[in-house]
Design a protein around this ligand. Structure first.
Ligand code: UTP
Length: 304
């Protein structure tokens, strides 16, 4: 049985151009989903799976992220003096218990593969996870915990996957797993992997989403990767280079993924997570009513 994975890399040095101007002063991973920054969901997901060392790969624009995770005893004291004990406790619990945070630097945003390579010294010679926090997965247990469970059977490299609409293949790494689709909970061997192919050239409609378990050999593979799609050093190209040398499998997780790097996906995540919050009861009802009214208005608008 492979050794349990303890380290997870969070590449967060991208420019977040799709969200400008919101991401000019606030990095994309700190945009809120309901009342918690996007990145907290991924850090909690990793902690739930058993990760104890979180490695953020950041650019020079990481002051807000560091501030979010730094304890603020002054603010905690102020909240306490105003009787806001629940709020104080929520602040104090931002970093999950037993989790240590580290920062690695990506001086220039040369792509996701390059960002992962920048974490090499922190990872060392052991398997690790990679989470892209803008892929937010609503699942119980979390997506990474599901993957860790399956990794005990597969070992090697394991990628989270889901089927996407055929006209969107040029936004994702697309998998070749031979014939047939994948059911939730299913595993498949990966035969090939292409970054952002046009629909006509895509080997399937099965896309890699932002959760990976990788072996340390990925770093040598990344060293050999030339800039690919979009002129960036692509992680998928390095994983593709491992096929045939190491097991590479994919896993159709159970749950719903929201692409929060995209405005529509982020809005949908906010609605889905708000409706799912038991402590949001009254607000949930008002939100539901608003959605119904807006839906009716759009139907009427569409008929005109
Ligand atoms: P995206 O492809 O979403 O790029 O990166 P982006 O720059 O964040 O956003 P857009 O497309 O300009 O709107 C996927 C993940 O990889 C990280 C991002 O921070 C995000 O978590 N990334 C990307 C890096 O850390 N470094 C890079 O050079 C590129």
């Amino acid at each position: 049985m492979p050794k349990p994975i303890r380290k997870a890399v969070f590449p967060v040095a991208g420019l977040g151009t799709r969200f400008l101007p919101a991401t000019k002063a606030v990095p994309k991973e700190l945009l809120p989903v309901v009342d918690r920054p996007l990145i907290d969901y991924a850090v909690r997901e990793a902690a739930e799976a058993g990760v104890t060392r979180v490695i953020f790969v950041t650019s020079g624009r990481d002051a807000a992220l560091r501030r979010h995770y730094r304890p603020d005893t002054e603010l905690e004291k102020t909240l306490e003096s105003r009787g806001k004990v629940a709020e104080r406790d929520r602040l104090a619990a931002i970093v999950p218990e037993g989790v240590q945070l580290e920062f690695a630097d990506q001086p220039v945003p040369l792509g996701l593969g390059h960002a992962v390579r920048c974490a090499r010294e922190h990872v060392g010679d052991e398997p690790f996870a990679v989470l892209l926090p803008d892929d937010l997965v609503q699942a119980e247990p979390g997506c990474l915990a599901q993957m860790f469970g399956r990794y005990r059977e597969t070992g090697g490299n394991l990628l989270a996957a889901e089927t996407i609409p055929p006209d969107r293949t040029d936004r994702y790494g697309i998998l070749d797993v031979g014939a047939g689709g994948m059911v939730p909970g299913g595993l498949a061997d990966v035969r090939g992997l292409v970054e952002k192919p046009p629909p006509a050239a895509a080997p399937s409609t099965l896309a890699v989403v932002g959760r990976y378990i990788l072996q340390p050999e990925i770093f040598a593979a990344l060293d050999g990767v030339a800039p690919g799609a979009g002129g960036e050093i692509q992680l998928t190209d390095a994983i593709a280079a491992l096929i045939g040398r190491q097991p590479v499998s994919c896993f159709r997780f159970e749950g719903v993924r929201f692409d929060c790097g995209d405005r529509q996906g982020w809005l949908m995540a906010n609605v889905a997570f708000a409706l799912d919050r038991p402590d949001f009861d009254g607000i949930g009802d008002e939100l539901r009513a608003l959605l119904e009214t807006a839906g009716r208005r759009n139907q009427i608008g569409g008929a005109e």
